[in-house]
Write a protein that binds this ligand. Structure first.
Ligand SMILES: [Zn+2]
Length: 101
């Protein structure tokens, strides 16, 4: 769908910039969808450290840039530090730091 092409390109740019900064070769599977059950989250991510890959689903009309950025960083930190629990404070700190990089 044409309307999402620009958003897709922007997200890929963010992803490429983050992986470059982190020195982390990774792939991303990106799905942009038009709607999803409303639960306050418009970006969903999952990390597959063994495949060096993240999966991202973005609710096109509602996802904010911040949410997209934070989720990409969050999932990339899972690839970088598969040993860390994502509820831990240190995980959160690394995510915040990678968002600023
Ligand atoms: Zn997580």
């Amino acid at each position: 769908m044409m309307v999402w092409d620009e958003l897709r390109e922007e997200i890929i740019e963010v992803f490429n910039a983050r992986t470059r900064e982190m020195g982390l070769p990774a792939d991303m599977e990106l799905n942009i969808i038009e709607d999803a059950p409303v639960d306050g989250e418009y970006v969903y991510g999952e990390a597959f450290p063994e495949e060096n890959r993240i999966w991202l689903e973005v609710v096109g009309p509602d996802a904010s840039d911040d949410e997209i950025m934070e989720t990409i960083c969050h999932e990339l930190v899972h690839l970088e530090h598969p040993e860390l629990d994502h509820d831990s404070e240190v995980f959160e700190i690394i995510v915040k730091r990678s968002m600023r990089a």
